[in-house]
Design a protein around this ligand. Structure first.
Ligand SMILES: C[S@@+](CC[C@H](N)C(=O)[O-])C[C@H]1O[C@@H](n2cnc3c(N)ncnc32)[C@H](O)[C@@H]1O
Length: 415
């Protein structure tokens, strides 16, 4: 059986070298893997602190070129030593022994030397002096994104970059008393601002999950559903994996959950079945394309568009590995196109909702501004939430450090 280090390395190697999504590779972690919880922590921690470790490695090796597996082993070991406080010599030994799997152990001496030097320096992290560069390394946040956040949010950007802790949020199905459920099970929990959502750090799936008693849904996702009014016919244009559609099916008479990718549409089917949402229909459809029978058909349409995802970096730290400034030029045109097409499916007097899980004006208020310019038959309506938020010109912006999630929401009424 593989040890924890080997298991985590094999998963992380897929993320680093093949661009796989961290959540997806972790879904392949066998139930009986050794030290499953530690493997998960090691994968998240290594990716989350990637640039911080990268910078120390460059310093400790005087910028020597390193093979990708050597760099990854060093990053993993640094996380174990510094952030997790694992026993020093056993950890170094595990990393060095593991490195012998490659190139007949050619790099094991270097790995040993770098990690021992890191220890001798009492695991001190050194950062660049200039503020934006320092924040970028310290919080492993892309430099272009640091600059953009300061431009939009001023001094608050530093807190945004530092972020909040990811929380384990459990949403109970309609009619289930979540507080009573947790109390009976002896699970520690704290309430959220939403009646059916609770934070329970140590709670993990049991048999009731498959029975649809509860689901795991982020507070951001629940907050968006909370701002959507019950109606008869609702269309969710970018719906997979289905968290919002399924929740909205509890509030609306019928929900059509559309999604571009068939394999992702299948996730909605599974989610709806598990939660017993029989009034939800799944459609495989490109949200930029027309469908004549949907013209002016829906009371409400939600566009939860693909976005750069900076509001959910704690849950998906691998976004930072793939981050590119090009997202800011490639995503807004798609987001505008989806919103514009979707607006034709809203009936007169109905509502068009727009949401993202990101923090940048270009993908949020900027998209709404461009839409309103070409669609004078839509008016902005105020949205509000019990979660802390900022009022922007058109929508509301939730920030990761005070709302536990970063996302944006706007509400537009068709005249
Ligand atoms: C932010 S996620 C949606 C999350 C979902 N609303 C939920 O709460 O579970 C965006 C989704 O849009 C899908 N998508 C991307 N481009 C699309 C398009 N042109 N048409 C429809 N869906 C699209 C992606 O595959 C992804 O599943």
């Amino acid at each position: 059986m593989k040890n924890y280090f080997e298991t985590a390395f094999d998963l992380l190697d897929r993320v680093y070298r093949k661009g796989a999504f961290l959540k997806i590779v972790l879904a392949d972690l066998p139930e009986n893997a050794e030290n499953r919880a530690l493997v998960t922590k090691l994968c998240y921690g290594t990716v989350e602190g990637d640039a911080k470790y990268h910078y120390q490695i460059a310093r400790l090796t005087q910028g020597k070129p390193l093979k990708p597996h050597v760099r990854l082993i060093l990053k993993m070991a640094m996380y174990l030593l510094s952030d997790l406080g694992r026993p020093a010599y056993a950890t170094i030994n595990t990393a060095v022994e593991f490195s012998k799997r490659f190139d007949k152990g050619a790099a094991s001496g270097l790995i040993n030397a770098v990690l021992r030097r890191f220890l001798r320096e009492e695991m001190t992290f050194v950062y660049p002096e200039r503020r934006y560069e320092r924040l970028s390394v310290q919080y492993s946040y892309p430099l272009f994104a640091v600059k953009r956040l300061f431009h939009t949010y001023g001094e608050e950007a530093e807190e945004i970059i530092r972020g909040g802790e990811a929380v384990n949020a459990v949403r109970f199905a309609k009619g289930v008393n979540g507080g009573e459920y947790f109390t009976e099970q002896g699970v520690e929990f704290t309430p959220s601002p939403f009646t059916n959502l609770f934070y329970a750090e140590k709670f993990s799936r049991n048999a009731d999950y498959e029975k649809g008693i509860y689901t795991f849904q982020s507070v951001g996702s629940v907050a968006i559903c909370d701002m959507i009014a019950p109606c008869e016919r609702l269309l969710d244009t970018c719906a997979a994996p289905g968290g919002k559609s399924v929740y909205l099916a509890e509030k609306c008479t019928s929900v059509t959950a559309a999604e571009l990718h068939p394999h992702r549409a299948a996730l909605i089917e599974g989610y709806a079945k598990r939660m017993g949402a029989t009034n939800l229909t799944v459609a495989v459809k490109d949200a930029t394309e027309d469908r004549e029978e949907w013209h002016s058909y829906f009371d409400a349409v939600l566009c939860d568009v693909p976005c750069s995802g900076y509001g959910v970096l704690k849950e998906n730290p691998d976004i930072k590995l793939r981050a590119s400034e090009r997202d800011f030029t490639s995503l807004p045109p798609l987001q505008k196109e989806i919103l514009t097409r979707s607006s034709t499916f809203v009936k007169s007097g109905g509502v068009l909702y727009y949401s993202t899980c990101t923090l940048f004006t270009e993908e949020n208020d900027g998209v709404i501004a461009a839409f309103l310019k070409n669609n004078p038959d839509f008016l902005v309506e105020e949205a509000t939430s019990p979660l802390p938020h900022k009022k922007m010109k058109y929508g509301v912006q939730f920030l990761p450090h005070d709302a536990k999630a970063g996302f944006y929401f706007a509400k537009l009424r068709k005249k």
